[in-house]
Design a binder for this molecule. Structure first.
Ligand code: M6R
Length: 613
């Protein structure tokens, strides 16, 4: 969601802020702004729209001189996207400037109180309340850090803040509660940012601020304080990403680059965890006795991560014989789930910052359920709070539409399934060996899905169908889980109304929507259900649907008898097939979106990590 960048040093701040914000564009935003201390006053420039608008407004930063400042990309929550609602926000008397990521839940109450005290407001945002509250205490205490501390003590909700005070040039205060914030050490200069890509050009020496932290920063120093305002040390981390991880490297879009990175990402996730033909999960401390006493596994996540959970249900239940229920994280807390010490809550999140998922996890902890998180971002909130963590080594994922994170999450589900099944003795050794052996080849088989020839074929079908108004994705069993993800991809990046259904469910209602020319993407790879899935497909075809089939290479001839438009993927062990089937669906959505001139990496209204509930 919103992106924050802050800079203090000797270089011109505005161009650095603009560049840092451009590296956070992937988070999703609708307006942008900067505030720079210039000639003794805090000068703000902000505008609705893409960064290019702001860039034009201040001539790439040249129009505001000054060597420290804060910048922001806003994803609207309180108040529509507009110039005035954009950040940074200035307090009434112009002494305090604030950028904010998160939501202040009690802002209306605070606003009423501040209005009574004579403060005026320009915007509809909760952030302007923060600026005015700090200024109110600053006027009373004449001490910037203490004023921030007093104000923060009154805020309810989630917030990462970057704050400047006109009377204290050269000092910035950063505050973190629930929304992510990083401090970056430079040489005679320092930085803050919402995420690593904004800092990569300048430093790799960072600190992840913890909840409750307040950092007082100058160009040469930083002091960290905890929620009690006690001085604390924070762990310095070194980012070892290759800078290319945050660049497009010749691809037209991050999404396409990340699709092509999947063989490497999957291999990087699986291979360190397979040793001598066995799955070894050093990452977690789960014993056979604990598993044997488990009554239930909940899988809690949002969006694509939830769809990984839906696939996980089939795999874990079938292989480990433990009841598994995937639940949308936003619903979990409010559905009174039955859980306790004999419940494992598997939490899946690429960002590790998704507010709904984190809240669901905390609810599980309150009920003494054990939490095991599958997370991509090291040091993220969910990773820090979970009892156990397994990282997906996908590397940074920039495109809003997830691809490689999805694939690596799925890989971790396979690893967990085999690991649990072996501990519980619910899998035959030969079957175990055959799955492990296929897992070690998964990256090569994903590469086969990405050959030039296969990509060209998918592009051809995208050209046939890109004008579709509606689409259905149908499949059975694991294919149904893949359909959910394929359908979400088409919705989010190509803006085509699309629904995923279990193929057998269609005739119970939704088939009434099928008419001449409706696009139906049918995934048929599950051997045991192939004939039934084909019958469902013929049912829609005979009602006028245009069917695009996805099946395995060995089924191509049989498939083509009924459906001429077909894309094939290599065969693997049936349990692992979703890792291959999803690839053409990702590419199909990508090329459909491209042909529809959509903003592929930053689809409208979407944010990469959703840090509000
Ligand atoms: O970071 P998370 O995995 O927790 O994010 C969950 C969803 O917001 C995310 O998967 C979303 O659905 C993606 N945009 C899908 O491409």
């Amino acid at each position: 969601m919103c992106g924050i960048v802050g800079y203090l040093g000797s270089r011109q701040a505005a161009p650095i802020l603009l560049d840092g914000l451009s590296k956070l564009e992937y988070r999703g935003y609708d307006s942008a702004g900067v505030c720079v201390m210039s000639g003794g006053i805090l000068r703000v420039a902000k505008a609705k729209g893409r960064l290019a608008v702001l860039n034009g407004l201040i001539d790439g930063g040249k129009a505001i001189e000054g060597t420290f400042g804060i910048g922001h990309t806003r994803w609207a929550t309180h108040g529509a996207p507009s110039d005035v609602n954009s950040h940074p926000h200035m307090a009434d008397a112009g002494k305090i400037a604030v950028v904010h990521n998160g939501i202040i839940e009690n802002y209306m109450r605070l606003k009423q109180q501040l209005l009574k005290k004579g403060k005026h407001f320009q915007s509809e945002t909760d952030t302007e309340v923060v600026a005015n509250l700090i200024e109110y205490y600053y006027d009373k205490l004449k001490d910037f850090p203490r004023a921030v501390r007093r104000a923060v003590g009154q805020l309810e909700g989630s917030f990462a803040l970057g704050i400047l005070c006109q009377d204290l040039p050269g000092t910035m205060i950063a505050v973190k509660k629930e929304s992510p914030l990083i401090f970056g050490y430079g040489d005679g200069e320092n930085f803050i940012a919402s995420d690593v890509p904004a800092l990569l050009k300048h430093t790799r020496k960072i600190v992840h601020l913890l909840d409750g932290d307040i950092a007082i920063i100058t160009k040469d120093s930083v002091q960290f304080y905890d929620a009690f305002f006690d001085r604390v040390e924070r762990k310095i981390e070194y980012v070892d990403w290759d800078i290319s991880a945050a660049e497009k490297c010749g691809f037209d879009h991050f999404m396409l680059k990340e699709i092509h990175e999947q063989p490497t990402a999957v291999k990087g996730t699986i291979s360190p965890r397979i040793r001598d033909g066995r799955v070894v999960l050093d990452d977690i401390k789960i014993s056979r006795d604990y598993l044997a006493g488990l009554k239930k596994i909940y899988i809690v996540a949002c969006g694509s991560s939830y769809y990984v959970g839906c696939l996980g249900k089939y795999l874990l239940e079938k292989t480990c014989r433990i009841p598994v229920e995937p639940v949308l994280a936003s619903e979990f807390r409010y559905s009174a789930p039955v859980m306790g010490e004999d419940t494992l809550v598997l939490v899946i999140s690429q960002s590790g910052e998704t507010a709904d998922t984190k809240a669901a996890m905390m609810e599980a902890k309150r009920h003494h359920a054990r939490t095991l998180a599958i997370v991509n971002v090291v040091g993220s909130a969910i990773a820090l709070e979970a009892d156990d963590v397994i990282y997906t080594w996908a590397g940074p994922e920039i495109a809003v539409a997830t691809t490689k994170a999805f694939s690596t999450q799925l890989s971790v589900i396979y690893l967990i399934t085999l690991y649990f099944a072996e501990l519980l003795g619910t899998i035959e050794p030969a079957e175990y060996q055959s799955i492990v052996s296929e897992m070690t080849k998964l990256d090569q088989k994903i590469s086969l899905c990405l050959t030039r020839e296969n990509v060209a074929k998918i592009r051809y079908y995208a050209e046939q169908y890109f004008t579709a108004r509606d689409a259905f994705f149908i499949g059975r069993n694991l294919d149904c889980g893949v359909c959910r993800e394929g359908s979400l991809k088409l919705k989010e990046i190509a803006y085509i109304h699309s629904e995923a259904y279990a193929a057998g469910e269609l005739k119970h209602g939704p088939i009434s929507l099928i008419e001449d020319g409706t696009l139906v993407v049918a995934v048929c790879t599950v051997d045991a259900l192939f004939d039934k899935a084909m019958s469902n497909l013929v049912e829609v075809q005979s009602r006028g649907a245009e069917v695009l089939g996805i099946t395995t290479e060995n089924r191509e001839a049989e498939f083509k008898v009924k459906v001429p438009s077909v894309i094939t993927v290599p065969e693997t062990h049936p349990m692992l097939q979703p890792s291959l089937t999803i690839i053409p669906l990702q590419l199909f959505s990508y090329y459909v979106a491209l042909l529809r001139n959509c903003d592929i990496d930053m689809p409208r209204n979407l944010a990469k990590s959703v840090t509000v509930e």
